[in-house]
Design a protein around this ligand. Sequence first.
Ligand code: 5AD
Ligand code: SF4
Length: 481
Amino acid sequence: MYNEIDLNKIDLAAEPPAEEPSRQYYFMAKCRERVREFEQTYGRRPTACVTTFGCQMNARDSEKLRGILEQAGYQEAETEEADFVIYNTCTVRENANNKVYGRLGSLGARKKKHPQMKIALCGCMMQEPTVVEKLKASYGFVDLIFGTHNIYKFAELLYLALENQGMVIDLWEDTDRIVEDLPVERKYSFKSGVNIMFGCNNFCSYCIVPYVRGRERSRSHKDIVKEIRGLVSDGVSEVMLLGQNVNSYGKNLPEPITFAQLLKELEKIEGLKRIRFMTSHPKDLSQELIDTMAASEKICRHLHLPLQSGSSRILKEMNRRYTREQYLELVGRIRAAMPEIAITTDIIVGFPGETEEDFQETMDVVRKVQYDSAFTFIYSKRTGTPAAAMEDQVPEEVIKARFDRLLAEVQQIAARKAEALTGQVQTLLVEEVNRQDASLVSGRLGNNSVVHIPGDASMIGTYVRVQLDECKGFYYYGKAV
Ligand code: 5AD
Ligand code: SF4
């Protein structure tokens, strides 16, 4: 693991090593030299702030960025009033991009007053050529831009940005590389995300992810097991396995292995108590996985199973490769094997050509499945995706009205489902002291529901049997029993 490498022992007079990850450790040590110079000039350590937009993949990537910044000698800043600010961006919907431009404007104003400040941008949005053109034209104060495929090179790029005055840009179109064993600074001591695969091959017609995250690549199961063993010995008891489509894990490895087989391997790790994963694509969710989950003591009773639409016609246009009937049949099998499982979903409203009848079919699936919660999205046109060129884009006000109806339905069902668990005793992993009321601690049940109970910071990271006394729609108040 990375902590076996002592940065002080790296010969900085030598040429940088060609192989990874040694090369990046060399540049971490180089950055440290610059950081020391900063300390001498300003009489304090430089501060760094990593701001994350988007999904759990990005959150995990940001932990890697923080790990490298820490090794380089930066002190973590709580706010963007820092010497180094990096935005790890998302581009899945247009409003994600707009948020970045908005905040970048204020960051630029701050840099005018603090010229020593460095600003970096990385993540999915940077993989779009039009974005980079816009940044070059109107946001010349940005010091460093890189993308999703070369994030492992952050130490090297940071060093270049510290050495140079202009804008450093390094963007790759794709990669088949996975670099292991770089430092990570985890947000929580007791739980962690673990990437099991990168990229996506599905090309759902509305989605930009395959274009910005590249082709599907799985990590070897040995590397995953090794990482999780290391995490467990470091105090982690819950992992969230991350991939755009975890159900197709392992298909392209030299020795193919299924996702269910990987889960069985992980189940054996002593000290690991909870295993979660996301995201599952319904078309690839196997009976083997259902059986493995049902037989498991550790895999949480929660499945995030994006529906996107309940209309088979729209699903076809979306290139989802399942029908409404197949989806419902799958949910039936999952529920038959695990009646207590929580099922959550993603739904898009207003895909091109969506009629009132199509929308009614979505509402109907929502009522039939009875989701424990659902993320609902207004369709966002992403340039370069097949759906962006489709005729028959649905008018905004029609989408908005449908969205409101869907949201009301989803919320009503979710509240009813949550209410049904009131009075039960379940196991809670305590995650943090409640932000509003310091006499409470908050955590999650296996099914991912949030519960607040009386307690203190000493309980963080522990598992407590709790009674769910009062349901508040999306969360519970309870007590230890
Ligand atoms: N518009 C709206 N929602 C989208 N998603 C992906 N692409 C789009 C888009 N163009 C949603 C999907 C996916 C979730 C992560 O984001 O529902 O499951
Ligand atoms: Fe996008 Fe579909 Fe891949 Fe999910 S499975 S990332 S929605 S293309």
